[in-house]
Design a protein around this ligand. Structure first.
Ligand SMILES: Nc1ncnc2c1ncn2[C@@H]1O[C@H](COP(=O)(O)OP(=O)(O)OP(=O)(O)O)[C@@H](O)[C@H]1O
Length: 256
């Protein structure tokens, strides 16, 4: 689905990523993990073709990302950025319908566009907000409306930047279950940035760790080591197995 060859990211003198060789296949859900400023959002924006890498190649379905016409690319990948800014008072349903634009052949949306938008709103538990002015939503509701729009876009590759950050615990869990289901049952490929370590690692299949100075490590979640994760996040962690799940907890530091 997505391949990178020697992908490097740099902002001014700051090297964020050095020669990333990476493959994301259909049915996989990846979480990108790293400290603040590690380059996670920059990587996601680069994969969404919103900024250029310092070097290397990104291939989407075998074709260079830069060679994709924008309208075709919008049917192949969707992107949820971190922040949102609503200048106009449109209805929640219309905001989600707008995400169907890449699939529309006529000026007006079709019945299947409406179905896709309504299904996406229900999946995010905000069907009852369909006719509300989007500017009146709470932070978590607005986040769920944005994720619903991403679902309605219905692309094989989905890029999500901190999708669970504004959500309450119950909605965080149902979002992660939804994401895992999309990968498992529909063969979607997902790449998420998340600071909700244990929640995300319970549902993701693979992890990409970003270390300082552009170093990285990629592999299945089942092969993750607490030492590597701790080094990546700048705090020692211990792995605890509970109910068949591995949880990563901060090690207690002995006070001198
Ligand atoms: N336009 C810019 N000008 C200068 N520095 C930038 C710019 N964009 C990003 N950076 C810097 O690049 C680094 C990586 O930013 P990025 O947003 O990718 O980090 P992140 O890993 O997503 O962090 P966080 O966990 O805090 O969201 C940061 O140090 C940031 O300050």
């Amino acid at each position: 689905m997505l391949t990178t060859h020697a992908l490097s990211l740099q902002i001014g003198p700051l090297c964020l990523l050095k020669r990333l060789d990476w493959q994301v296949d259909a049915g996989q859900s990846w979480v990108i993990i790293g400290r603040n400023g590690a380059g996670k959002s920059t990587l996601l924006r680069t994969l969404a073709a919103l900024q250029s890498p310092a070097g290397g190649d990104i291939l989407l379905q075998g074709r260079k990302l830069a060679d994709w016409p924008a309208s075709e690319r919008a049917r192949a990948l969707s992107y949820l950025p971190q922040g949102r800014n609503d200048a106009f008072g449109y209805r929640v349903l219309d905001a989600v319908l707008a995400a169907r634009h890449p699939h529309q052949h006529a000026y007006w949306e079709s019945a299947s566009d409406l179905d896709a938008a309504r299904d996406a709103l229900s999946a995010l538990d905000i069907g009852h907000l369909a006719t509300r002015d989007i500017r009146t939503l709470s932070g978590g509701e607005r986040q769920r409306a944005a994720i619903a729009a991403l679902l309605a876009q219905d692309t094989p590759l989905m890029l999500l930047d901190e999708p669970a950050s504004a959500l309450d615990l119950a909605h965080q869990i149902s979002l992660m279950e939804l994401v895992a289901r999309l990968a498992r049952e529909q063969g979607k490929a997902l790449i998420m940035v998340s600071h909700e370590l244990n929640l995300t690692l319970q549902h993701a299949s693979h992890a990409l760790l970003l270390f300082e100075n552009g170093h990285w490590q990629a592999g299945p979640v089942s092969a993750l080591q607490a030492d590597d994760l701790g080094r990546c996040l700048g705090y020692p962690l211990q792995a605890i197995v509970h109910d068949g799940h591995t949880l990563y907890l901060p090690q207690t530091r002995l006070t001198p």
